[in-house]
Design a protein around this ligand. Structure first.
Ligand code: HEC
Ligand code: HEC
Ligand code: HEC
Length: 265
């Protein structure tokens, strides 16, 4: 389904919801018209107990659902095509690993989901799907509709940080740096400061965060991949000895080849 159609479907659903809300409002007004007084019977003890149990079950169920939602297993139970991502996140750090397409990655730290699954530097020692993919109703609705109508590919088409943030109306860089993560990179406007980003890797002989060419650094996922080996996009053109491709990362042409192979099969 195209985005347009999805928006259409969502609009239609919203219109229907509005209509039924109006109908409901009218019905409520109508029924209150012939004011009939009715004494409310006090609840019997049995009714109180039943209501108590119902409330406890609903609240506990809701809370359990919410806690479950935070577990990676939630994503793959609901939607089997999320399984490669759950497997991906669950890998050990700093060892040979596997990307979301099943390719070997010589150092699993080159995949940001693995690099971040356990952290030593933040208040949160363990990170799960929803720490990066902050739940968002519009995206969930879009994915739910695509899933229902079978309108998706296996493997899933890859999203950039800008696409992942689109539903929230955020900038792509906010996927990686925001009030919870990499705060030290933010400028006064709450967005990644190019100077601070450049400073963070100033010790590298060829600084990948240097803004020599406008806008090459804005989308962090151009280089930092979530569920496959990261790449240094600069190697598309710069191949001199200074350009360091960190352990487990791949050069640009290998990165492009990974995508071609994944979607050829
Ligand atoms: C450290 C942040 C991070 C965590 C944690 C994380 N992801 Fe991702 N995810 C990304 C990034 C970045 C992308 C963009 C595509 C890429 O680089 O692989 C992405 C993309 C995706 C996509 C879109 C399809 C695609 O391949 O682009 C899905 C689906 C997804 N992740 C599912 C999950 C699930 C399920 C979990 C938990 C098991 C998870 N992610 C945990 C960062 C993360
Ligand atoms: C042109 C490729 C490229 C882009 C785009 C890019 N990075 Fe990086 N980044 C790198 C490389 C290469 C490293 C070094 C990684 C290593 O040595 O393991 C790095 C390292 C980092 C580090 C660790 C620095 C440190 O102090 O150790 C952070 C944090 C980071 N990047 C954040 C970002 C954010 C946020 C964005 C988007 C606004 C971004 N990067 C965009 C290539 C890039
Ligand atoms: C599409 C090809 C292309 C890509 C991709 C590219 N560059 Fe360049 N870069 C050039 C060319 C051509 C020059 C020489 C002309 C100039 O100075 O603009 C250059 C020059 C530079 C210079 C000046 C010093 C030098 O090494 O020659 C720096 C610094 C630089 N690039 C950094 C980067 C960084 C960082 C990236 C990745 C974020 C990057 N470039 C990506 C083509 C590219």
């Amino acid at each position: 389904m195209t985005d347009e159609k999805v928006t259409g479907t969502l609009d239609a659903a919203e219109a229907a919801a509005n209509e039924s809300a109006e109908a409901l409002a009218e019905a409520v007004v109508d029924s209150s018209a012939p004011k009939r007084k009715r004494r409310r019977k006090p609840l019997s003890n049995r009714a109180k107990i039943i209501w108590g149990v119902v409330i406890v079950v609903v609240v506990a169920g809701g809370f359990g659902m919410w806690k479950w939602h935070e577990q990676p297993s939630f994503c793959s139970t609901l939607c089997h095509i999320e399984q490669p991502y759950v497997d991906n996140l669950s890998q050990a750090q700093g060892v040979e690993g596997m990307d979301k397409y099943g390719n070997a990655v010589s150092n699993s730290n080159a995949m940001m989901a693995v690099l971040h699954n356990h952290t030593q530097t933040t208040a949160k020692p363990e990170m799960v799907c929803v720490d990066c993919h902050i739940p968002n109703l519009r995206e969930l609705a879009h994915d739910g509709i695509s899933f229902t109508f079978g309108n998706y590919t296996v493997p899933r088409s890859e999203r950039s940080a800008s696409q992942l943030e689109e539903w929230d109306g955020n900038e792509g860089s906010q996927f990686c740096a925001n009030e919870n993560c990499h705060v030290y990179l933010l400028g006064n406007d709450g967005l990644v400061s190019p100077e601070k980003l450049e400073e963070a890797t100033a010790d590298m002989a060829f600084n990948p965060h240097e803004r020599h060419h406008a806008n090459l650094n804005d989308d962090c996922t151009m280089c930092h991949k979530g569920h496959r080996a990261s790449t240094v996009v600069c190697t598309a053109c710069h191949q001199h000895e200074d350009v360091e491709v960190p352990d487990g990362w791949v050069d640009w042409s290998t990165s492009e080849q990974i995508l071609v192979t994944a979607f050829d099969n």
